[in-house]
Design a protein around this ligand. Structure first.
Ligand SMILES: [Ca+2]
Length: 301
């Protein structure tokens, strides 16, 4: 079994990514740390715990940093709904969040199994930057960190240059990208096009008639509506919904197609660049990312 650790600001797209990881046949999720991002950390924890319970798992969920390292939080209720889960008002999960900080839990897990735990990040990098600052040795004990974030080869989704996860905490992103940890960035460019579900795709998923399939579409109800309102014209695929966060799918790229670049630099100087923070590829990195299309989903939804 492959061991994963997921760091997430759990709103609806991350919930589906967590569902996929928990249902993936040869993956064991060792733990989930939550960070402030789309929603406050407590709400993200609640959403992650609900998703874990839905999947019938006992995966521990730890709360991490409640805000970016230096900047004020910037929530995304407008997109994911007032609960981050499409306004579905899911019940509180029975199992509470663990009584340990998410950063400590991540460090302990990596140090207990050096070289074994693949890190997947789905939100701002505040937790990961802090973990690397507290325990820099984990950078060489994590075989690969898959980061959903940045916009190296397309327009961003917050500003023309900035993707949300990097924009929220660019200082943390810079620390992570400079840490020496092996990183594969799954940027916003891979969240467009074929990564989106159109109406026919969503009907197909509904056709599975499982609680997982319904959950995957239902919790994204607000995101689907908002996305459609923002993109009334253009490519139908671009109008469709991005479900799930693509970083989990990116992990299963065949090894020989993975383009690894360890020296990406996150440009944290928002002021310097007129509010245009971006995960910036200073050399050839922008052309050395994951190929499209994304792989077929191996998880049973
Ligand atoms: Ca996220």
């Amino acid at each position: 079994m492959r061991k994963f650790w997921i760091d997430t600001d759990t709103a609806s797209d991350d919930a589906v990514a967590i569902l996929m990881a928990l249902r993936w046949p040869d993956v064991h999720v060792e733990g989930i740390s939550v960070v402030a991002g789309n929603v406050p950390v407590e709400m993200g924890g609640r959403n992650a715990r609900y998703t874990v319970e839905l999947c019938g798992r006992q995966t521990p969920v730890y709360l991490g940093l409640p805000r970016p390292l230096l900047r004020e939080p910037s929530w995304a209720y407008f997109f994911h709904g007032p609960d981050g889960m499409g306004g579905m008002n899911y019940l509180e999960a029975k199992r509470p969040a663990e009584n340990k900080h998410g950063v400590d839990a991540l460090i302990e897990a990596v140090q207990a199994a050096p070289g074994e735990i693949t890190l997947v990040t789905l939100g701002p990098l505040s937790n990961i930057a802090t973990a690397l600052r507290v325990a820099p040795d984990i950078a060489e004990k994590i075989p690969m960190c898959y980061i959903m974030g940045g916009a190296a080869a397309c327009l961003g989704n917050v500003t023309p240059a900035a993707e949300f996860n990097i924009w929220v905490d660019p200082e943390a992103a810079r620390m992570v990208f400079k840490s020496g940890m092996p990183i594969l960035m799954v940027g916003w460019e891979h969240c467009r096009g074929a990564a989106n579900l159109d109406d026919a795709d969503m009907a197909h998923v509904r056709g599975f008639k499982t609680k997982y399939a319904d959950f995957a579409i239902d919790c994204n109800a607000h995101a689907i509506k908002t996305n459609a309102a923002h993109h009334r014209e253009g490519n139908p695929r671009e109008d469709a919904e991005r479900i799930p966060d693509v970083a989990v799918g990116g992990v299963d790229q065949p090894e020989d197609q993975q383009q690894r670049e360890h020296q990406l630099a996150a440009d944290a100087a928002r002021e310097k660049h007129d509010d245009l923070p971006v995960a910036r590829a200073p050399d050839r990195a922008a052309r050395r990312l994951l190929p499209s299309p994304m792989p077929e989903c191996g998880a049973k939804v």
